[in-house]
Design a protein around this ligand. Structure first.
Ligand code: SF4
Ligand code: SF4
Ligand code: SF4
Length: 468
């Protein structure tokens, strides 16, 4: 008897086809999204450089479920480019983009007072924007947005730009709801006068804060900065400025610091939230294995385990304004030692489910709007608006005695996974709501800016201008 050869089953489920880039030459290529062993991978082939595969989300069920939170985008008032070469070469924003800019980033310089081994901006020699540049960029932002949501000043290290206070004031003068300063904190720790001047302007401080251990800071930032970071935070508190901590998380470096960081952030009077960012493997980064990188579900699991369930996986809900796999968020009401995550009081997932709940009348539109405000890239904890939205969403719920200082009792945890050449997905990019503003008027989605060639092009142009 002839035994027929047996067919075998594929080791993964083919989930969808999208477009990405080659990690070697950055040509745009097709990419398959595969579900395997409960995780999500991107697999793709470049005709010149062969096959590539990388982990994009370590929980297939959460990935598939997150599509429920994909909300319709809001069309900006104006676009800066035309549709010509196709996505991602027409940034932007071009008329094919699916979302307005919740958050505009202005990188005022490329120089820095640190030389971190991990730096997606590849800080170093380059350019300083002028105040005129920034005024023009802000005007363009307002033209596209009407009333803008958030402007974040970044770099390089923006606090070493000699005109940074003037630039912050220029943003404050315009119809932009919130102004943020993204910093490593060194100048804040060292320059009391600068902190006093900052306090007069009043930006929310987005403070790089990767861990509480010297080893973490040495690996990621090149130096033990633990004391300086804490001093910076204390200075901000004394000056009445509010901070959101930003922790880059890398496999094998500081995953074990996630829980302690949450507890530290909850306990510091200047801190209103913490953002975890799996390290973006573009420009300067440590050696990494794309199949074992940290993704959003890994950070959530680490938070649950390392905080002994103070926050659990069900507390985190994908953010609907961008593509929902880009970011997950939770909020908690903090009353002394009592921490109550909002999703334990209210079914946030049901309210932000745009696929199944469109026609369920008992879900209040008012509550959904409030939750949309909180679950947005433009949400800033510590502000009156966040307090109002939280108060509306939690209306009638048992928070204990309602405080008059509600804005200071709301704590936010965000996890954002910016894309690199292994994870770059045009489908997510087209709904990006975080844009880098460029002096020529373009507003380029952040992950395209870092991963396609935009950052290098803009830097070369602006640096050459300085040499003329
Ligand atoms: S990412 Fe958006 S702005 Fe850029 S090319 Fe694609 S659709 Fe246009
Ligand atoms: S990561 Fe930030 S602080 Fe570090 S070198 Fe880059 S710009 Fe400077
Ligand atoms: S910056 Fe990247 S990760 Fe964030 S919303 Fe845009 S595409 Fe998604």
């Amino acid at each position: 008897m002839i035994v027929a050869p047996q067919k075998r089953e594929a080791d993964s489920i083919f989930y969808e086809l999208t477009r990405s880039i080659c990690p070697t030459c950055r040509a745009v290529i097709d990419a398959q999204i595969l579900l395997r062993d409960g995780k999500v991978y991107m697999r793709k082939r470049c005709v010149d450089h062969g096959w590539f595969e990388g982990l994009i989300y370590s929980d297939a069920m959460l990935y598939a479920n997150s599509l429920r939170y994909n909300k319709p985008g809001t069309i900006p008032l104006a676009f800066s480019t035309e549709v010509k070469a196709g996505c991602p070469y027409d940034c932007g924003l071009c008329p094919e983009h699916k979302q307005h800019a919740c958050l505009g980033i202005i990188e005022v310089n490329t120089g820095c007072n640190l030389a971190c081994p991990v730096c997606f901006a590849d800080a170093g020699e380059g350019y300083n924007l002028t105040v005129d540049d920034v005024e023009r960029m802000l005007d363009q932002f307002v033209e596209c947005e009407g009333e803008g949501e958030v402007i974040q000043f970044s770099g390089g290290e923006p606090t070493i730009h000699p005109e940074i206070l003037t630039m912050l004031r220029a943003a404050k003068r315009r119809p932009i709801k919130y102004v943020m300063l993204n910093t490593n904190g060194l100048r804040i720790a060292r320059d009391e006068r600068f902190v006093a001047q900052l306090a007069e302007v009043g930006p929310t401080i987005y403070l790089q804060f990767d861990g509480l251990l010297a080893e973490t800071l040495i690996r990621l930032r090149g130096r033990d900065l633990v004391d300086e970071k804490r001093r910076a935070l204390d200075r901000l508190g004394q000056a009445g400025l509010k901070a959101i901590l930003v922790a880059a998380i890398e496999r094998g470096v500081n995953e074990h610091e996630v829980g302690p960081l949450v507890r530290f952030a909850l306990g510091h009077p200047a801190v209103r939230g913490i953002t975890f960012q799996p390290v973006t493997h573009v420009a300067r980064h440590l050696p990494f294995n794309p199949m074992e990188r940290i993704t959003i579900p890994d950070v959530i699991r680490a938070i649950e385990k390392q905080t002994d369930g103070l926050f659990v996986q069900q507390d985190f809900v994908p953010v609907p304004c961008c593509f929902p796999t880009c970011s997950s968020v939770t909020y908690a009401y903090v009353d002394g030692g009592r921490v109550t995550p909002l999703p334990r009081l209210l079914d946030v997932q049901a309210h932000l489910d745009y696929i199944t709940n469109r026609t369920v009348p008992e879900l209040s539109t008012r509550v959904r709007k409030a939750l949309e405000g909180l679950w947005s890239a433009s949400a800033i904890p510590g502000t009156e608006r966040a307090a109002d939205q939280f108060s509306c969403a939690s209306c009638g719920l048992d928070l204990g005695p309602q405080a008059t200082d509600l804005a200071d009792r709301i704590f936010m945890i965000t996890i954002k996974d910016f894309m690199d050449a292994y994870t770059f997905n045009v489908k997510s990019l087209m709904k990006c709501c975080v844009e880098v503003l460029v002096p020529d008027g373009r507003m380029i989605p952040f992950c395209a800016y870092n991963t396609v060639v935009y950052r290098e092009q803009v830097r070369a142009q602006l640096s050459a201008r300085g040499r003329r």
